[in-house]
Design a protein around this ligand. Structure first.
Ligand code: ATP
Length: 323
């Protein structure tokens, strides 16, 4: 079918240009551009309120931008929302499955809605169910499955028609490790088959596992984009993790963007040596309990780019992976 992802697809699937959206005084999007090619996974990385959901909602045609343009597979979303929607699979943050239908009925419903031919529907439903570990639950009503299974079904409904553009908004919130891995594998498989994917998460190891192009968004603006390696090379800023008894005099270290990671421990974005830090603190240096050098990682990149922490676990950006 025309809307299915295909290995023949190349070039941009999503072209969002100059998007702005305000709610009263709040600029939820302030001139955001996002282009995603066939086969590419892009991870939107941003703090709460950065504008990720607003961006996804505009691309999906659920929200009208104040200005800017969105094309999906070359189709202008504003001019032909129905044709554009056929190219799209979206799983918003809130799960949107029908509880009184079975797992299979939910998948069939969303497949039919997206225009999957009847002759292909059965194959698609069992295929996506197996991919996400829902095979044994196909005949179970959706109000009798667990929260994690419901989340997988929610994502499966967005995948069943093999969309050219897949958008997942924090699909693994509350998911266990097995669910998380199944979702990531399913997303990678769809991208390998030629789909463009936009994936939002706060969980950095996931971004690394996906091998995604990372887009850092803050206050409605895209501030940087690249692979994890490219971002680390571009924004190479080491850090210090400083233990301090009492309250760190942050006003004297403001240029180092101090962020309290946990009680008594502050992360500083800095190439500063210990001697220089001690000099900067003066007599307060006596309250230092520890100073640890941190290697550049996605967390220090995020801090360097936005001046703020992503609020993730310290030093936990999936360094074990190699992308
Ligand atoms: P999160 O990670 O918490 O889901 P987000 O990056 O998806 O956040 P958005 O939901 O896009 O952020 O919100 C962007 C900004 O717009 C925030 O300041 C938010 O408070 C504001 N906002 C979003 N929707 C509305 C609305 N309907 N009315 C008013 N303000 C809104």
């Amino acid at each position: 079918m025309a809307s299915a992802a295909s290995t023949r697809d190349t070039g941009p699937v999503l072209e969002a240009v100059g998007l702005t959206k305000s709610y009263g005084d709040v600029d939820a999007l302030d001139g955001a551009d996002l282009v995603v090619d066939a086969g590419q996974i892009v991870s939107l990385l941003g703090r709460n309120g950065a504008g990720k959901t607003t961006l996804l909602s505009i691309v999906a045609g659920l929200l009208t931008p104040d200005s800017g343009q969105v094309r999906i597979g070359g189709i202008d979303v504003a001019a032909d929302p129905v044709a554009a929607a056929r190219q799209l699979g979206i799983a918003p943050q809130e799960t949107g499955i029908y509880r009184v239908l079975t797992v299979a009925e939910n998948l069939r419903f969303f497949g039919e809605l997206a225009g999957v031919p009847r002759s292909e529907l059965r194959h698609r439903v069992t295929g996506v169910a197996d991919q996400l570990g829902l095979g044994p639950l196909l005949d179970r009503r959706a109000d009798q499955i667990s929260g994690g299974e419901a989340r997988r079904l929610h994502t499966a409904c967005a995948l069943v028609h093999r969309p050219r553009l897949l958008m997942l908004d924090e699909p693994t919130v509350g998911a266990d490790v097995a669910t998380r891995n199944q979702l990531i594998d399913a997303v990678k498989e769809l991208a390998d088959d030629g789909a463009a994917v936009v994936y939002t998460t706060h969980y950095l190891p996931e971004v690394v596992s996906l091998g995604a192009d990372i887009v850092i968004i803050e206050q409605g603006r895209i501030l940087s984009r690249g692979t994890r390696r490219e971002l680390i090379d571009r924004h190479r800023t080491a850090g210090l993790l400083v233990g301090f008894a009492g309250t760190l005099p942050v006003e004297r270290l403001a240029d180092l963007h101090p962020v309290e990671e946990s009680p008594g421990y502050w992360r500083l974005t800095s190439e500063l040596g210990v001697a220089e830090l001690v000099g900067r603190l003066g007599p307060d240096a006596a309250q230092l309990t520890s100073v640890e050098a941190l290697q550049p990682d996605l967390e220090t990149v995020f801090l360097a780019v936005t001046g703020r922490s992503l609020d993730t676990e310290p030093g936990h950006d999936g360094e074990e992976a190699t992308s």
